[in-house]
Design a protein around this ligand. Sequence first.
Ligand code: SAM
Length: 355
Amino acid sequence: MRNFGSDKLSALNAKFEAQKIAFGPIAFQAVRVMRKLGILQMVEESRKEGIEVSSIAKKLKLSNYGVQVLLDAGLSIGVVRQVNNKFLLTKTGYFILNDPLTIANMDFTHDVNYLGFFHLEESIKNGQAEGLKVFGNWKTVYEALSSLPEQVQESWFQFDHYYSDIVFPLALPIIFQDNPKRILDVGGNTGKFSIKCAEFNPDAKITILDLPGQLNVAYQNIGKHGFADRIDGFAIDLLDAKKPFPKGADVVWMSQFLDCFSEEEIAHLLRRSFDALNDQGALYINETFWDNQKYEASTYSLNMTSLYFSCIANGNSRMYHSEDMKRLVEAAGFSIAEEFTDLGVSHTILKCKKK
Ligand SMILES: C[S@@+](CC[C@H](N)C(=O)[O-])C[C@H]1O[C@@H](n2cnc3c(N)ncnc32)[C@H](O)[C@@H]1O
C-alpha cells in the first residue's frame, strides 16, 4: 500500500503555491540569469551591509532597469531580501550560488531540459522522448550524448557525476566484500567506476558494457590511468535483448543505469545479467529510488528527474519506486540478499543473488 503527501495547506497558501507553479519557468530563468550575470555574487559580497541596484548596475555594466526588475522578482522568489533600499542574500540565495547539488540540478534543467520540455505533452502521449528533437534526430539521449553541444554535454555529465562521485567510494567495500575477480560494469559510461575498482583491488578485471561513443571516452580515461591491461570495453546496444553479456562474471554492477529503461527492458537486462553471472556471483543495483529518501527535497528532485527520462532521455523510463525494482529483480530469478540504504546523496544498493 503506497501513501505519500498531504493536503494541509490553507486555501490561501495553496493558491500561492499554485501561482509559484504558474510562473515557475519565469522564476527559474530570473534566478539563473541573476546567478549568471554576477548579480547574486555582488549581493553576497555585500554581506550584512547590503547593496543598492545602482552599484550593481554600474559594476556589471547593466541598466538600473535590468538589475532592478530581476532583484524585485528575486524578492518574491525568496533569493534576496531588502532592507532600506539595499539588497541582501537569503539562505535560499546562498544555496543557489554556492551549493554544488543545486548548481548541478539547475544547469541540467537549463542546458539539457529547458527547451525540450515544450514537448512534454507529446512525449507523454507518444511514449517517445520528443524533447530530444531540439538537439537533433535521435531516439535516445544515450546515442546522442557524444554529439550534443558542448555545454549540454558538460551539464549532463556534471549532473550524472555529481551523484555518482559521492556514492562510488561507498560502493567499493560493498561490492568487493566477496573478493570478486571478474566484474561487468554495465552502462559504465566514461569508465569512472571501473577505474576506481582497478585502483581499489589489484586483482580485479573489469569489462565496461556501453555504446561505442561512450566507450571511446572510457578508453582514453583508462589509458591515462594505466589500466588498459585490466579494464576493457564491450560495445553493445543493451536494448537488443538477443545480445548476451560476456559470461563468467563474479559481479555485475549496474549504477544509475536501470532508470534508463522501461520495466520490460529491465526484465531483459536482469535476465541477461543472471546468465552472465557465476552461480556464487552477485548483481549489485545502485539506484535512487524515490520512496527511499530521507528528505522531501530528494524525492522532489527524483520525481522531476523522471520527467527528464520521459521527455529527453528515452520516453519510457524513470526513477523507480523500490518495490517496483524488487518485483522485477525477483521475477528475473534473483533474491535480494542485502540492501544498503542512505548512501551518498540519495542512493540504495541492492545486492541480488541467484535463487
Ligand atoms: C545515467 S548513465 C550512468 C553511468 C554510470 N554507470 C554512473 O553510475 O554514473 C547510463 C549509461 O548507460 C548507457 N546506456 C544507456 N542506454 C544504453 C544502450 N541502449 N546500450 C548501451 N549502453 C546504454 C549510457 O551510454 C550511459 O553510459
